[in-house]
Each structure stands twice: as C-alpha cells, then as structure tokens.
Design a protein around this ligand. Structure first.
Ligand code: GAR
Length: 200
C-alpha cells in the first residue's frame, strides 16, 4: 500500500477526494500525512477529524527557507511517504525536498497546461484569465513538480468546455468536479503501473 502525503493551503476539497478514494478502495493507497503552509486551513481540520497526522510548515514556523525545506523533507521521511500530492498548495517546494522526492511530487492545476500556468496562476485567477482570453475549452492537468511553477512533465489532462454563460466561479466549479475524479484516477494509474514515473 503506497503512503501518500497531501500538501494543502486552503479548503482541501482535492485532499478530501483523495482520502475518500482511499477509503472506498478505488485508490490503493493511504493518506498518512497532511501538510499545510496555512495553520488555519480547513483542510488541516478535516484531516485531523480523519485522524490523519497533520503538520503546519511555513515561514511562521521556520523563518529560514533552508530550515523549512529540511523540516519538510524530514517529516515526509519520518512518515515513509512514497508519493507527495500538491492539492491546492500555493508555495514552491524547496530544493532538498524536490531532490529527495524527485519524480514523486505531483501537482494538480486547474487549466490545460502549458496554458494559464506559472506564478500567480491559481484559483480564480486561472478561470478569469481563461474567460478573458475567450477560450472555448479549459481543463485539468496533473503534472510532476520541478523547480518552476507548473512546468513539470504532464501526466494526465482532461478538457472542460467553456460555455458563453460561464463566469469564473461557474467554470471553477465545473473544473473542480473533474479535478476530484482525475487526481485519484491518475495516482491509481501510477500505483498500478499504467503511468510510469521517471526513475529517481
Ligand atoms: C484547485 O482548483 C487546484 O487545482 C488549485 O487550487 C484549488 C484548490 O482547491 N491549484 C492551483 O491553482 C495550483 N496552481 P482545494 O483546496 O479545494 O483542493
């Protein structure tokens, strides 16, 4: 059984979808650890209700970015984590954690990358930009994390149609529904070997 850590910043609906998929057995893994850079995130509360170990790691807990990176690497190692999922995590991963989990850090992004990715492209900003650009379709991307925002190898994508009536909020809701399915499906494909991650 693969051990997952989920990194979150906010409400954690993708984290909840992953936990549910593990509980239902459609994802043969267990969420062993949830880390948030935001002490007040709803996701931390939800994880604690499920008796999952949680950890707040941010510039508030570690003012030095290098020590923060080391702390993240250590807590992941102490839980024997196999795969790290970034589920609405809005911070860059430090170089030590990146190197320790190279090819095993996976992010979900609410657009069809490489479109509408990069710094500042998160949450409603993405859907606003999609509508402003007059796109007919957007979607969800699951990709490996490297040192840059939204640049790592793409593992899976699903398109979502943009309707003329769509607002950023309605589009976010449509895309989120797809995120909840695609994330768990992709992780399961990695676990059962139908998606092969690059060797460390
Ligand atoms: C999700 O839409 C996720 O794709 C997005 O943040 C939201 C988190 O929602 N991530 C990014 O924009 C990353 N650049 P959640 O906390 O309910 O899972």
């Amino acid at each position: 059984m693969k051990k997952l850590a989920v990194l979150v910043s906010g409400r954690g609906s993708n984290m909840t979808a992953i936990i549910n998929a593990c509980e239902q057995g459609t994802l043969s893994a267990s969420v062993e650890l949830v880390i948030s850079n935001n002490e007040d995130s709803l996701a931390l509360e939800l994880a604690q209700e499920k008796n999952i170990d949680t950890c707040h790691l941010s510039s508030c807990t570690h003012a030095d970015a290098n020590l923060l990176d080391i702390a993240m690497q250590q807590v992941l190692a102490s839980h024997n984590i196999d795969i790290v999922l970034l589920a609405g995590f809005m911070k860059k991963i430090g170089p030590k954690t990146l190197s320790a989990y190279k090819g095993r850090l996976i992010n979900i992004h609410p657009s069809l990358l490489p479109k509408f990715g990069g710094q500042g492209m998160f949450g409603l900003n993405v859907h606003n930009a999609v509508i402003d650009a007059g796109e007919k379709e957007t979607g969800v991307t699951i990709h490996l994390v490297d040192g840059e925002y939204d640049k790592g190898a793409i593992l899976a994508q699903t398109a979502v149609a943009v309707g003329v009536e769509d607002t950023p909020e309605s589009l976010a809701a449509k895309v989120l529904k797809v995120e909840h399915v695609l994330f768990a499906e992709t992780i399961q494909k990695i676990i059962d070997g139908s998606i092969i991650l690059p060797a460390n």
